[in-house]
Design a binder for this molecule. Sequence first.
Ligand SMILES: [Zn+2]
Ligand SMILES: [Zn+2]
Length: 338
Amino acid sequence: MKALVYTGPKVAEVLDMPAPQPKEGAVKVKMKYCGICGSDMGIYVGTHPRAKAPLILGHEFVGTVEEDGAKFKKGDRVVAYPLISCDHCLACRSGNAHVCNTLGLIGIDVDGGLCEYAYVDEDLMFKVPDGVSDKAAAVIEPLAVIVRSIHQAKMKALDVCAVIGAGPIGMITGMMLVKMGAAKVFISDVDDKKLARAAELGMIPVNVKNESLESVVKAATDGEGADITFECAGAEIAAMQVTDITRVSGMICMTSVHKYPHAVNLQGLNFKEQTMVGTRVYTKEEFRQSVEYSAQINDELEKIVSHVVSMKEAPGVFDMIADASNGTCKVLVDCQDF
Ligand SMILES: [Zn+2]
Ligand SMILES: [Zn+2]
């Protein structure tokens, strides 16, 4: 079986791997598409704190069940909740297994879905609704990240929202805020191709090479600032700007992964009595909600997918995403195209 395997820092190879072995409670799934995530980029460059080579990458997959199981039937299209929790730490005991002390993910801590076939626990799988394309279904996992962050940020209709960073997570965040009735959604980036895609999805693009997000948001709000700022860039400079962009009593939602401690203007947070909230992956219920909602936003989810590459091209996908001139948003690998 062919699989995309991380074999060491800056090396990912398509290798012939042994056929996956049946396991209790799991059914064989023929993978169709698997998305590449920011965390996969971290694994590829060798900075991910947990991932160990050799590892089959991929946690954003959609596939078809190959055999009848206890809950699923041959031919069912499925996605999987990829989190692995311990079941007994404080987070797990108190209903927050998604922030388990030893949280793991399929495709990071154990082999993932960037392969022809895998056995997937039926307990983790959800049936993809009819009318959702395979491509759109591959975006359900990142959509769940945004559902979580919007819940954490307690977003309300007619809020003025600012999104920092127009990568896949920032893009889906903005798209969802537009759908949820935000008064305005500003999104910042340095890449005009990404910003053009954001404008198509109803956001107001701000290229921070030419103007600051803070000044544009304040010009639109009588100098007050955004009701909610979603930090989706993970960059040092973004961390320092969130308090300035956000209004008095406003909300700051840290959606992106900051891989190092970054400075924050705590005086701003203090004087403006702002609330800052963290958000990490999603609960199983939020994943289920994302599966169900995907049927209503199939066309928009497809627009998040900018590129589909074959398995043969997959080892080059990390350099492709890192090169801003390619204007990628969500890149999928076609696991059945060699
Ligand atoms: Zn991901
Ligand atoms: Zn736990």
